[in-house]
Every structure is written in C-alpha cells, then in structure tokens.
Design a protein around this ligand. Sequence first.
Ligand SMILES: Nc1ncnc2c1ncn2[C@@H]1O[C@H](COP(=O)(O)OP(=O)(O)O)[C@@H](O)[C@H]1O
Ligand SMILES: [Mg+2]
Length: 373
Amino acid sequence: MSEPAAVQREPSGEVLLELTDVVKHFPIRSGSLLRRDAGSVKAVDGVSLTVRSGETLGLVGETGCGKSTLARCITRLYDLTAGKVVFEGQDITKLSARAMRPVRSKVQMIFQDPYGSLNPRRRVGSIIGDPFAIHRIASGDDRKRRVQELMEMVGLNPEHYNRFPAEFSGGQRQRIGVARALALRPKLIVCDEPVSALDVSIQAQVINLLADLQSELGLTYIFIAHDLSVVRHVSDRVAVMYLGKVVELSPSERLYHHPRHPYTNALLSAVPVPDPDLSDSRERLILAGDVPSPTNPPTGCRFHPRCPKARPNCVEDDPSLTARLDDEPSHQTACHYPVVDGEDLTAARPQLPSSQRAEDLVATRSTEGSETS
Ligand SMILES: Nc1ncnc2c1ncn2[C@@H]1O[C@H](COP(=O)(O)OP(=O)(O)O)[C@@H](O)[C@H]1O
Ligand SMILES: [Mg+2]
C-alpha cells in the first residue's frame, strides 16, 4: 500500500516564503590589497525552498553546512551574494534597512545560545520589550503590561520582570528569547538550533512550548538542528543540507522511513535514539572525516569524497534536487545513485579511482553493542 498519510502531511497553506537559488559567499581577505582573488567561503551555494504558512520546515546537517548562514539570509541579517528571497509575495532581497522594517516584525529569529544572545546587564523586562522600543509601538505601563503578557505566554513568571538573565536557567533564558521573538506577532520564526545548548531534559520542554505557540498563534517555523531526531517530531517537511546545498527534501516521516541520499542515511544511522522501527532494520553507517572546506568544495556531487556509493560521474556531475526512484514529487533527492529501501549501505564501496577518494572514510559495519554514543 502506498502512504496516503505522507501526502496528507503536505502543507496546504499559502506560500509564505520562497527562496530561489540563494547564494552567500564570504570573501576571504588575503591581508594584501594586491591579492584580490583569495577566494571565498561558499557557505550557501544555491538553495531553493518554499515554506507554506503554518508549516514547520526542519533544516538539518552537520556543523558548517551553512544552516545559520541561510537563516541569516532569510531574515536579511546578511545581504545575499545572489538569488532571491520572497516573503508574502514581496521580493525582499534588496530592500533597504528602512523598507525592511515592516518585514522585520513579521520575520523573527531565535538563536542557539540563550547565554550569548542576552545582554547580562539588562533586565529581562527591558530585553523582551526591545522590539516595542525599536518599532515605537508601546511605552510605559502599556509596554510593561505587554511584556508581562509575553512572559506569561512562554511560561515565565511575569513577576520576574526586573530580574537579570543570570538569574534564569538555560531553558528559561531560551524562553526569554522566544518571548522577545513573539513581541511583534511575527508570522515566520527562524529557530536556529534553539535547543542545542540545553540539557536534554529541558529540550523537550522548549520544543513543546514552540509547538503550542505554533498552534495557538498560527506561526510558521523554520527549525534548524544538526540532529535529525530533534526535528523529526516537530517538522512537516525536512530539508537536509550538505556543504551549502539542499541534498534531500521530503515530508518528515517519509524521510525517516525512506531516506534516499547516502548522507541522510548516514545522519539517520548516527541518531542514537531507541527507535525499534529503525534500529532493527538498519546497520550503523559511520561517516568519518569532517565536512570538507566550503572554500574549495569537491567537484560534482559535493558528498562524493565521503560517499560509499560514489562512482566516476559523481565526481563530474552535480546531481539536481528532484524526485528519484518512484518517489512523489514532494520527496526530492540530489543523488545519482539514490538509496533503495532496505539497501545495506554498510556493504557499499565507492567505485572511484583512489585519488578521488577520501582515505579516512569507508562505511563501516558496527557490531551490536559496541556503539558509543
Ligand atoms: N561571517 C562569516 N565569515 C566567513 N565565513 C563564515 C561566516 N559565517 C559562516 N562562515 C563559514 O560558512 C560555513 C557555514 O557556516 P554556518 O552557516 O555557520 O554553518 P552551520 O550553521 O550549518 O553550522 C562555515 O564554513 C563557516 O565557517
Ligand atoms: Mg549554525
């Protein structure tokens, strides 16, 4: 039987955000004015995504894949090198700071570090009230009342209005960040690893809070994490990033049960979750080595030096993100040799001339019980 459930999970809201070929390169300063071509860090290199109103799009990938840079392009904290960002039908790619103002109130960001992103010398009431001050919306008692409403909404005690960030726990500090992001009633919140810095026991509380707020306020989320297990239950769809590109995009549950890209398979088999569905059927595929430098990314498919299925054409041709095998159009994979359901990747070996292979990576089969987290 096919999977009607996966089709139903396709978000049906209107398109809220549309990214077309978004590119962000950071030029490398050579230190000498004469040497101008020192190259660039290709942090985001051609990402196209559509986000619909009310959905949560998960964005995952190892550290350094370009997730935060993409987030900052979406919220226009960075100017794009190329490409286009359209929000609510409006092209915001090149809007001036002034023209961006009304958009800023609708697109907010929550950051990973609940310590670094809060000024330790300011009281939380004034931190949460910042957006009101910046946008000159409410003042005096009115502002205080609104801030206390926000505190209540995120599960903070409104009486703690005059406390300093250091008087709150990590989870509470992330709630402060959430309250500040909610102040202007945004439509889209880009959550950049909002729970990665928190204890595992606290993570679920913050995720549940975000989920509750979403249904209460009709929010749309882009939820970034480096760990697939974190985004699984909150995301309608998941985009997997590798070295500045999206390599797989799929309705969430589908991605977990039918991962097509070898990179997604590797990420999934690294997830240390006691999921009987997955662990029974899957050997552990260990990805050795680090993400290669985005300054000089591999040719063709960027994953080829680490890929157990790589063949010569993977070195030449960059595969497009499209439906592979018998997948629905909503499930797209950028891979010439997508993984078939049930395929044992730990048995696969790259078929490349040795000069094109990373020495330190081969898929390995781990014996049961020997897994270290
Ligand atoms: N401001 C910057 N200047 C130069 N390089 C950067 C800058 N920000 C990020 N990078 C580089 O871009 C790549 C992607 O980084 P980032 O977007 O932070 O990835 P992620 O959030 O997935 O860990 C990394 O190689 C990082 O070193
Ligand atoms: Mg990041």
